[in-house]
Design a protein around this ligand. Structure first.
Ligand SMILES: Cc1cc2nc3c(=O)[nH]c(=O)nc-3n(C[C@H](O)[C@H](O)[C@H](O)COP(=O)(O)OP(=O)(O)OC[C@H]3O[C@@H](n4cnc5c(N)ncnc54)[C@H](O)[C@@H]3O)c2cc1C
Length: 384
């Protein structure tokens, strides 16, 4: 067994870490406009990524991207996780985010949706959540009813990220409500279609601005259905696994940065005649962060490596998300405690890490729901 990263990935890590620490971290707070990068900063960083050869890291080579393996992408996400400047729910700086589902479209749909997304001409959002359906998609009430060559879509979605700038939405709607989650189907719906209306944005403590969207008798061409009726989740598993690994990888970067800042501060801050780093209660917080960091890193790298070998990593990906989100939130929380009052201010990145990582335990699969799914697999695997 060799637990070391391959040389070429080590080099990528060193190069990108230098870039993040020298060119982003010192200016990170000023680079932000709400939860996104300021437009001129985004343009500059994206141009730098292109120049350095990190453009379209997730897009397969046959579509003109780099098609990097998951382990390499995890390293990039980890390094980006070190700074609050790189958005959590907006595209990063490696080119347009391309949903893996788009690569599974038919040729005609690829022409209309995938290729423009890759070229940066179209943007999209993903719509599953509704007022009555979040963790439990079987409760989705948005319906798509067949009418000749069209479907008529009616319903209401909420908390939809990136909707304001989206050209189309990957919409989860029910084509057969009697079947619950098995009756769900994915459609590509143009946001400019008559009957699609953004009702409002929802402010959040992370500065994100997800939207509520109404669908009122929206006529969607049947050719915009992805796969067959009832296959809403068929194409999602790879995407879900990758998303969970991305959470874990980002969490490594957050914990590492919080730990570095906390050690530096604890060494220089003197109270009652001694630096904080001499106090056991502070040392234990540092050690907790360190132990979490080592465990998470091992699990994330191993899971990504196995996924690159086409192994089934569903359980590991769930663990990565549960542990990563929780450990990184706790690291930010401990770091704030160690820094005292200054940790609560926007002079340091810690409060932003804390807000962002808190939200991760709810979105894209909450901790409880992941544990529920994991429990089913554990009981099946270990039952006699
Ligand atoms: C900033 C932001 C961006 C988002 N972006 C998107 C997006 O782009 N597209 C999209 O479709 N959605 C998006 N969401 C929605 C997000 O995915 C949901 O909020 C999430 O799935 C949880 O659903 P819910 O809020 O309805 O909570 P609920 O499902 O009502 O859950 C409430 C609580 O109960 C717990 N719970 C639920 N079921 C169980 C159970 N069986 N046992 C124990 N505990 C349980 C949950 O873990 C949670 O803690 C976004 C949300 C936010 C805040």
């Amino acid at each position: 067994m060799d637990f070391n990263l391959p040389d070429e990935i080590q080099q990528i890590k060193q190069q990108m870490r230098r870039f993040v620490d020298e060119q982003i971290v010192p200016y990170e707070r000023d680079m932000l406009d709400g939860s996104d990068l300021k437009p001129d900063v985004r343009r500059r960083l994206e141009a730098q990524m292109k120049e350095m050869g990190y453009w379209h890291i997730s897009t397969p080579e046959e579509y003109g991207g780099l098609g990097l393996g998951l382990l390499t992408r995890c390293i990039l996400w980890e390094v980006m996780g070190r700074t609050i400047a790189i958005p959590t729910r907006k595209p990063q700086i490696f080119g347009p985010d391309v949903s893996p589902i788009l690569f599974q479209l038919n040729a005609e749909q690829k022409e209309e949706y995938l290729h423009p997304v890759i070229r940066g001409e179209k943007r999209y959002c993903f719509g599953l959540t509704e007022p009555d359906a979040g963790s439990d998609p079987s409760r989705i009430r948005t319906t798509a009813t067949r009418d000749g060559d069209y479907y008529i879509v009616n319903g209401y979605k909420r908390f939809i990220s990136n909707a304001l700038k989206a050209d189309f939405i990957q919409l989860m709607a029910s084509t057969d409500r009697s079947k619950g989650a098995r009756g769900l189907t994915t459609f590509l719906v143009d946001m400019s279609s008559p009957g699609v209306k953004i009702i409002r944005t929802q402010p959040t403590m992370m500065d994100d601005d997800p939207c509520e969207i109404a669908f009122d008798d929206v006529r969607v061409p049947a050719r915009n259905r992805v796969g067959e009726e009832g296959e809403g989740f068929k194409f999602a598993q790879d995407w879900i696994n990758v998303g969970r690994l991305r959470h874990g990888a980002r969490a490594i970067g957050v914990i590492e940065r919080c730990l570095e800042m906390s050690v530096d501060y604890a060494k220089q801050r003197v109270t009652f005649g001694k630096p904080l780093s001499d106090r056991q209660s502070i040392q234990w917080m540092l050690v907790d962060c360190y132990m979490d960091l080592q465990q998470l890193r091992t699990l994330v790298y191993q899971t990504a490596w196995r996924a690159d070998r086409q192994e089934d990593v569903r359980n590991e990906a769930m663990m990565v998300k549960i542990l990563g989100d929780r450990m990184s939130f706790q690291a930010a929380d401990r770091a704030i405690q160690i820094h005292g009052g200054i940790g609560l201010t926007p002079e340091l990145p810690l409060e932003k890490f804390w807000r962002d990582q808190r939200s991760m335990m709810i979105t894209e699969g909450s901790e409880e729901v992941l544990r529920m799914a994991l429990a089913r697999n554990v009981i099946r695997e270990f039952g006699r």
